[in-house]
Design a protein around this ligand. Structure first.
Ligand code: ADP
Ligand code: MG
Length: 247
């Protein structure tokens, strides 16, 4: 990897909660425009790693670098302004608005608080909303109230709302939780379509989903990087099977 291809570099971070090390001397590099999958057993430190990247949790030591600059001490809003966005597991969709209106609000919000008070969509906003409807596969549901969407559809809408701000780095924590196999497959397709324009880091433990993502995998265990590789290599690694699948 050339230094110029590097988007995110986590350097030797340790995160402690009251003396308990949730992350220990963890390092990770993510290339611009790439897709990376993070897996690991419950409590491995996956969500804490994302919290540290977005500035919600401060590491006791180590550095998080973004485009060559340290962002370790920046407040959360400054990290977000740099184009690093995390989609939380809890949906942030406005139930009383239609799918189209939700996407429009997200487009306006990305341009600042005051823009969201202007009514109606400008031509460029309307165009962007159309793009997001296509991206999320929600064209046919555009006028439906968000509260009436199926679980999977709501998740896609939420991904669309995060993408509306055109983040450079998108962090997704278990985006397929509670989804059917069909919804999971569609989510993998949606995420793959983001790669290139965006850099995406996905946490999940659904192996069928991870297989569909077809991307390099980092295995975390007890707050450390345990292995890196593709799914096929990891599946034939007895130690990974032991810690990850418990067999
Ligand atoms: P994962 O997402 O891989 O399941 P987490 O990052 O949520 O794991 O948690 C890693 C470890 O840190 C777990 O043992 C968890 O209990 C602990 N932990 C996470 N957040 C906190 C917190 N705010 N306070 C204390 N312990 C925490
Ligand atoms: Mg987690």
């Amino acid at each position: 990897m050339q230094p110029t291809d590097l988007l995110l570099e986590v350097q030797d971070i340790t995160v402690s909660f009251d003396g308990f090390k949730a992350i220990q001397n963890l390092s990770l590099k993510v290339e611009k425009g790439s897709l990376r999958v993070l897996i690991g057993p419950n409590g491995a430190g996956k969500s804490t790693l994302l919290d540290t990247i977005i500035g919600k949790v401060r590491p006791a030591s180590g550095d998080v670098r973004y485009l060559g600059q340290s962002i370790t001490r920046l407040p959360e809003y400054r990290v977000a302004n740099l184009g690093i966005c995390r989609k939380f597991q809890a949906p942030g969709v406005l139930d009383g608005l239609s799918v189209r209106e939700n996407l429009l609000v997200a487009c306006k919000r990305s341009k600042g608080v005051f823009a969201s008070f202007k009514r109606g969509a400008s031509a460029s906003e309307a165009g962007r909303v159309e793009e997001l409807l296509s991206l999320t596969g929600l064209h046919e549901k555009a006028e439906m109230l968000a509260s009436l969407l199926a679980h999977g559809e709501k998740q896609w809408l939420e991904i669309g709302m995060v993408v509306a701000s055109d983040p450079h780095l998108l962090l997704l924590d278990e985006p397929t939780a509670g989804m059917t196999a069909q919804e999971t497959a569609k989510t993998a397709e949606l995420i793959r379509s983001l790669v290139g324009r965006h850099t995406v880091l996905v946490i999940d433990h659904d192996m069928a989903f991870v297989e569909l993502l077809d991307a390099p995998i980092t295995v975390l265990h007890q707050g450390q990087v345990f292995r890196e590789g593709d799914l096929q290599t990891l599946r034939s690694d007895a130690d990974v099977m032991e810690i990850y699948l418990g067999r």
